[in-house]
Design a protein around this ligand. Structure first.
Ligand SMILES: Cc1ncc(COP(=O)(O)O)c(C=O)c1O
Length: 359
């Protein structure tokens, strides 16, 4: 396996770096180091750990015009014994490469992806927070850096990993969801399952509408019948219907969330009935009205699990969940947070320990 070259300036920077703020926020502070690797001549060149800083891009780099880019988001936790663990990073590595294939980008071999993530964590160890709910957030990403206006896959790419010590993203308030009946996020055969900027760009217009209407999150429906729930712009969706934990089955228009999978596994372990199937917005609205759908929640790496207070429709109707604080969602959330933080036993392979380096 290729090794990551450690630049002494990066080590000096991280040794001197401190954060004097108890409100870490999300993405407010960055670790002062970053991983960088160039892909050219058909292969990955050296991987470097460098001081964090701006990168130079030619104005005609293809990423700036044609959006050939992908990214990941994952968390790293400090356990009570001070050991540091990445949460299911192999799943992020696999999803990164699924995104890469769809976007005609080179894969980053899984062992190299994991090594890059582990090295930035190992050197950022003093920045991994201690309080429950806090973590070091990792953002691996890849961009097309080849210069040229031709619309074709690039042959030069930059892979980077940056890290941000982050507080709890969850305010505790239940979320108001706006049902998007007009715009679509993606279509079958498109790029919905890939973690690529275009999907997020496509969601922003509706985000602005959602906020203007006093809601917090946009709910996307399928693009063919405008009837089946897919997900939020950055989280997956669950509803509790007739006591069952129901979530839309994965398709090529839904991001395969690591938190979604973890919640399903925890629910099964807790002996809760789980269904992954097509879930129509009509079924959920009717269920809320006749109280068979008692709660709903959203899940993703950043917020973990957030209960849904209400759904708002295009005509202004608001459907309030009976249990707006989400008893089952919160029970699953507590369990997942305890596993991540090393306060409950983790299923095999969920925690990837980060080696402890002296520097
Ligand atoms: C569109 C979308 N759906 C779902 C998720 C949740 O995925 P995960 O649990 O892997 O963070 C995310 C966040 O990454 C996302 O961007």
């Amino acid at each position: 396996m290729k090794k990551v070259e450690i630049h002494p300036e990066a080590v000096e920077r991280v040794k001197k770096f401190t954060i004097n703020d108890t409100q870490l926020g999300f993405g407010k502070y960055m670790s002062p180091i970053m991983i960088q690797a160039l892909y050219e001549d058909g292969q990955w060149q050296r991987f470097d750990l460098l001081p964090y800083g701006p990168i130079q891009l030619d104005p005609c780099s293809k990423v700036l015009h044609y959006g050939q880019e992908i990214f990941e988001g994952m968390k790293v936790f400090r356990h009570p014994d001070e050991s540091i663990h990445m949460f299911r990073p192999e799943m992020n590595a696999r999803r990164f490469n699924q995104s890469a294939r769809r976007m005609a980008m080179p894969e980053v071999p899984e062992d190299l992806f994991l090594e890059a993530c582990e090295v930035i964590c190992a050197y950022s160890k003093n920045l991994v927070p201690r309080r429950l709910g806090e973590s070091l957030y990792l953002r691996p990403f890849m961009i097309a850096t080849e210069v040229g206006m031709g619309i074709k896959p690039a042959n030069q790419f930059l892979f980077m990993v940056v890290a941000s010590p982050s507080g709890s993203y969850f305010s505790g308030d239940a979320v108001k969801v706006y049902i998007e009946r007009d715009d679509i996020r993606c279509a079958p055969g498109g790029i919905g399952f890939a973690k690529t900027g275009g999907n997020y760009a496509a969601s922003l217009n509706s985000y602005a509408k959602t906020i203007k209407l006093g809601c917090d999150q946009t709910m996307w429906l399928d693009s063919v019948e405008h009837q089946y729930i897919e997900e939020m712009s950055g989280m997956n969706f669950f509803a509790i219907i007739d006591g069952k934990v129901v979530t839309p089955a994965l398709t090529d228009t839904i991001l395969d969330g690591v938190t979604r999978r973890s919640i399903i596994d925890i629910a099964i372990a807790e002996k809760l009935p789980v269904e992954q199937r097509r879930l129509s917005i009509d079924e959920v609205i009717k269920g809320i009205q006749n109280e068979t759908c008692t709660e709903a929640f959203l899940c993703g790496t950043a917020a973990v699990v957030a209960p849904v207070a209400s759904l708002m429709d295009k005509d202004g109707s608001v459907y309030k969940l009976k249990d707006g604080q989400g008893k089952i969602g919160m029970q699953l959330r507590e369990k997942l947070i305890a596993i991540q933080a090393g306060r409950a036993e983790a299923p095999e392979g969920w925690l990837h320990p980060v080696r402890n380096l002296d520097f």
